[in-house]
Design a protein around this ligand. Structure first.
Ligand SMILES: Nc1ncnc2c1ncn2[C@@H]1O[C@H](COP(=O)(O)OP(=O)(O)OP(=O)(O)O)[C@@H](O)[C@H]1O
Ligand SMILES: [Mg+2]
Length: 695
């Protein structure tokens, strides 16, 4: 019964919600069956009265049996109806369950569809982002390749022109010598040919003359003989008388013949002598040509030897360059390791001198610098004014920092410690140097004092180092920006236009900070960025920034301590041989005075400034503190960079392998005890970060 009651509730509920008429139909049919059984029992219960006529006992027995049977059947029908009812109820419940499941399924289907569509949307979004990233990557890759190709071409041209120049110098001299020798040889050959021709001509002429003379002589002899023969024939009668004449004539003819022959022989002999001399000259000339040829050969060999020497010098020079590059890489790694060992976040404390002011001094105990110079950190103790070491109620406040500079330390002493960070920025690391402290504690003196402040000294060092690196094929491009954060707004200190802090003239949207997460660089829209060429140029820019800073104050008694000033120097190095590149940033920050709201005799106008300063300084502390936690093995730690303009601007220069140095500047005077204590506590919060450093 209980079960039925339980089941009835959902059935009626189900009937109301779905297929109600059908349900009502089932109930109706059950009740009809039950009534039929009862009316049947009733009809049999009246019939025994009329059957008394047939035989009472027999009929009564049959009727009783029938009655019993009817009741049994009726009971059976009742129980069957009950069973049917139960089954129907169960069926209805199951249908309801199915409905519920279907309902749930529909709901789940809806959720699934929503998930599918959001997955599709995400995929679409991811595809878009990937596409955008890919496009960006392709673009950057293209630019890089183009840059590389350009510098490669430039390099090739330079090398080719150098080689050509070197060759031209040596080869020019040698080819001049060769051409002189060649000319000489050609001249000699020409002379030889001319002399040969001349000799041949003379020889031919002599031969011709000789043969002419011989012919002439023969002719005259023939004529004489003919005359003689005719005379003999004519004077045949007077033979004897004329025989003596004939003998005389023939002897004269003989002597003539002899003398003519002697002359010819002499001439021939002379000609032969001349010919021999010419032959000797000719062979001397040939010997000269041969020696010129051997000289030429020797010169060619010398040229080849020199070429070999040049090649070997070139190889040696390349070896030296390679070893220098290797050594430079080792130096860079060792330098960075050293900085990491010292701590990527360090805190230095500096106490300002009294500068002649006659006021009671705070009770500060410094470490003995001569003893503790190399210790990893130094300790100092500060006591409340009026307390001293012998007062039993004296409360000493002890602080520990990486370095402590007493008032006698100069800016040059201080810079010795941070010059290594300048080297790190040239090596491609991001560096931040902050000066924190109350008004008048010496922040600006530390950071920007003309000539020896950290900013001028860093710039000088950068240019000295750049010069040294040039000999190792490194070229550096330096981009400088100088800005100020005032009331959470950026002012451009290198702007050619006049800088003003008047609220009506500050446009907070003009300078937007943009971070490129791929390259890890930061830029500020519309901010003047100057390509700095040398240390003098840098000093001129610092002067301009200082001028802009001071003219930006509307009242003469206003002090620079109400804003943060940030000098940013981007150092882009490129090795023209290896094409290796380095991007580093050096940020030098003179923070606004850290005095608390209650202490600034603030009029309403100062309230906003003070709130902005306090917010950004505490954000800076929070960021460094969060970085500390993430360094200690909590990588998911949220770093609240966005809480202030200052931390957001320096996002890419804080944390990771960036180097951070915080100066906490304190006043030496007793009147400033509370502010000094606050500053030291703030610095301790920052300094706790360096506890995680490697040993
Ligand atoms: N180490 C130092 N040696 C000599 N004089 C110093 C030194 N530090 C500070 N001074 C002098 O103390 C005065 C105040 O210093 P400075 O202007 O640097 O303070 P500040 O912290 O920048 O103050 P503000 O927050 O108001 O800008 C200046 O006259 C400065 O020349
Ligand atoms: Mg200052």
């Amino acid at each position: 019964m209980e079960a039925n009651k339980e089941n009835e509730v959902p059935v009626s509920e189900f009937s109301r919600r779905e297929s109600g008429p059908e349900k009502r139909l089932y109930s109706h049919s059950f009740s009809t069956n039950s009534k039929m059984a009862k009316s049947l029992r009733h009809s049999y219960s009246v019939s025994p009265a009329s059957g008394s006529r047939i035989g009472d006992s027999y009929s009564q027995g049959i009727l009783d049996k029938l009655q019993v049977s009817i009741e049994q059947k009726s009971n059976e029908i009742d129980s069957l109806e009950t069973a049917i009812m139960t089954l129907k109820t169960q069926r209805a419940n199951q249908e309801f369950e199915i409905f519920k499941v279907e309902d749930k399924l529909a709901h789940l289907q809806k959720q699934f569809d929503a998930l599918v569509s959001s997955v599709a949307e995400l995929e679409h979004h991811e595809r878009d982002s990937l596409q955008a990233l890919n496009n960006k990557y392709q673009l950057q890759r293209k630019q890089h390749i183009q840059k590389h190709e350009e510098s490669l071409t430039e390099l090739k041209e330079t090398i080719t022109s150098e080689i050509e120049k070197a060759f031209d110098e040596n080869l020019g001299r040698l080819s001049e010598e060769i051409s002189t020798l060649k000319k000489r040889k050609a001249r000699l050959e020409q002379d030889t040919v001319l002399q040969d021709q001349d000799l041949n001509r003379k020889l031919i002429k002599l031969k011709e003359d000789h043969s002419k003379k011989l012919i002439g002589l023969n002719q005259s002899l023939d004529e004489s003989l003919a005359m003689l023969k005719s005379a003999i024939e004519q004077v045949a009668d007077d033979k004897r008388a004329k025989e003596q004449q004939l003998q005389a004539l023939s002897s004269s003819r003989q002597s003539n013949e002899l003398s003519t022959n002697d002359e010819c022989r002499k001439t021939l002999h002379n000609l032969k002598l001349e010919s021999r001399i010419k032959d000797e000259e000719l062979s001397a000339l040939e010997a000269g040509i041969a020696s010129s040829k051997s000289e030429l050969h020797a010169t060619n060999e010398q040229v080849a030897q020199m070429k070999k020497e040049i090649d070997s010098y070139r190889d040696k020079s390349a070896d030296i360059h390679r070893s220098m590059e290797h050594k430079e890489e080792i130096r860079r790694k060792l330098h960075n390791r050293l900085q990491e060992l010292k701590g990527n976040i360090r805190v230095f404390c500096r106490v300002r001198p009294t500068c002649g002011e006659q006021k009671p001094l705070a009770n500060i105990e410094f470490p003995d610098l001569s003893l503790d110079d190399d210790s990893p950190n130094m300790q100092m103790v500060i006591r409340k004014p009026g307390d001293d070491n012998f007062n039993s109620n004296s409360v000493p406040y002890q602080f520990s920092f990486d370095k402590i500079f007493p008032s006698v330390s100069s800016n040059t002493d201080v810079f010795k410690e941070i010059s290594q960070l300048v080297q790190s920025s040239l090596d491609g690391y991001n560096v931040c140097v902050f000066a924190y402290g109350q008004t008048g504690s010496g922040k600006t003196f530390t950071m920007a004092h003309e000539g020896d402040g950290m900013i001028p000294q860093s710039l000088k060092k950068v240019f000295e180092d750049v010069k040294t690196l040039e000999s190792q094929d490194w070229e550096y491009e330096l981009q400088g920006q100088f800005l100020e954060i005032y009331n959470e707004a950026i002012l451009d200190l290198l702007s050619p236009a006049k800088v003003s802090r008047s609220p009506s003239k500050i446009n907070p949207k003009k300078y937007e900070i943009k971070h490129d997460d791929v390259s890890g660089t930061t830029s500020v829209t519309n901010l003047t960025s100057v390509s700095i060429v040398d240390a003098d140029h840098a000093m001129r820019l610092l002067n301009l920034a200082n001028k802009n800073r001071s003219t930006a104050y509307t009242k003469s008694n206003e002090h620079s301590s109400r804003s943060h000033s940030i000098f940013m120097l981007q150092l882009h190095g490129r090795n023209i041989k290896t094409m290796e590149t380095r991007y580093g940033t050096l940020n030098l920050v003179d923070l606004a005075g850290s005095e608390r709201l209650s202490n600034s005799q603030a009029q309403a106008e100062r309230l906003k400034e003070t709130q902005a300063i306090n917010k950004s300084l505490s954000s800076l502390g929070d960021v460094i503190s969060a970085l500390k936690s993430s360094q200690k093995g909590k990588p998911s730690q949220h770093i609240p960079y966005r809480n202030s303009k200052l931390t957001y601007l320096l996002k890419n220069s804080l944390g990771g392998d960036c180097k951070t140095l915080m100066f906490v500047n304190i006043s030496p005077f007793a009147t400033n005890f509370n502010e000094t204590l606050n500053s030291l506590r703030f610095a301790t919060k920052v300094n706790a970060t360096s506890q995680s450093r490697s040993k």
